[in-house]
Write a protein that binds this ligand. Structure first.
Ligand SMILES: Nc1ncnc2c1ncn2[C@@H]1O[C@H](COP(=O)(O)OP(=O)(O)OP(=O)(O)O)[C@@H](O)[C@H]1O
Ligand SMILES: [Mg+2]
Length: 269
């Protein structure tokens, strides 16, 4: 299938060969899909995104990207690697991993320069991204001196500056104020409308319906518990609870204290 971007078969991965992180995943991701990866802490979401970004490779099983096996040999090929890196961009969960240049501006220009993108196009793109994210006043600052939310916005900018076809976003709204969070969601939605494939890892069920039409829920065993249309999965209360995506609240009403499950899609009053 031409439109298949990623194809995973029986993918297992463990860190240092002893800490299991992915317990056998099968996935097919097509061009233009809007996907959420859901799961409790430690269920393998970040690991999966790093695997899709070709930063780590399965212990067993296979990953194909754009019809080619994504392994160390493929990424050691300079031509494939450059094409892959210009097509796929990952926003890390931890911005401190993403940002390593002395200034914000250098961090944003790093990717496009490395990939040798057309200068005029690059400058236009970078200006648009900086304006869109409202980070113009941060450009000369050191990334390490920024607030958590500012760092997150700069991280997102470094990837948008490359204008990849596939966006891999690891908890992109974590630590952002409501307005900025809304803005990031709009960027995700718009990117997808323009035809980009967007894969977002999150446990914030509030945002899932907007930023994804399909979801994969990773289980505690770090396998796919279920995948399917977002609205169907979000209705499956037992599934969400079994996978730690629904929590139990203690409430006090007058003199009565009671406990009931609460879904992240329901807003607190
Ligand atoms: N660098 C590492 N070294 C060893 N084990 C790791 C490392 N990174 C992750 N793990 C382990 O791999 C498993 C999956 O972690 P991962 O970070 O992919 O989960 P996650 O779903 O992204 O969690 P979170 O919601 O907390 O971000 C966890 O058990 C974790 O302890
Ligand atoms: Mg994570």
């Amino acid at each position: 299938m031409d439109d298949l971007i990623f194809s995973l078969r029986a993918v297992r991965f463990s860190y240092l060969k002893k800490y299991p992180a992915l317990g056998g995943l099968d996935m097919d991701i097509a061009r233009g899909q809007k996907i959420a990866i859901l799961g409790a802490n430690g269920s393998g979401k970040s690991t999966l995104l790093q695997l899709l970004d070709g930063l780590i490779f399965p212990d067993t099983g296979s990953v194909e990207a754009f019809g080619r096996r994504l392994d160390e040999a493929a990424l050691n090929n300079a031509d494939f690697s450059r094409r892959f890196r210009s097509k796929v961009g990952l926003v890390f969960q931890n911005p401190d991993i993403q940002l390593f240049c002395p200034t914000v501006k250098e961090d944003i220009l790093f990717g496009p320069l490395q990939l040798g993108l057309d200068k005029a196009k690059m400058n236009k793109r970078v200006d648009e991204v900086i304006t869109s994210l409202g980070i113009g006043d941060l450009l000369e600052r050191s990334p390490h001196q920024l607030s958590v939310g500012e760092k997150r916005k700069v991280s997102i900018a470094t990837v948008l500056a490359i204008d990849p076809d596939v966006l891999l976003l690891d908890e992109p709204t974590a630590g952002l104020d409501p307005q900025t969070s809304r803005h990031i969601m709009d960027i995700i939605i718009e990117a997808n409308v323009k035809g980009k494939t967007v894969i977002t890892a999150t446990h914030d069920l509030h945002i899932v319906e907007e930023i994804a039409s399909l979801a994969y829920i990773l289980s505690r065993e770090r396998k796919i518990a279920k995948s399917g249309p977002v609205e169907e999965l979000l209705k499956d209360v037992e599934l969400l609870q079994a996978n730690n995506l629904r929590h139990i609240h203690k409430h006090r009403h007058k003199d009565m204290e009671h406990i009931h499950p609460h879904q992240h899609t329901e807003h607190h009053l």
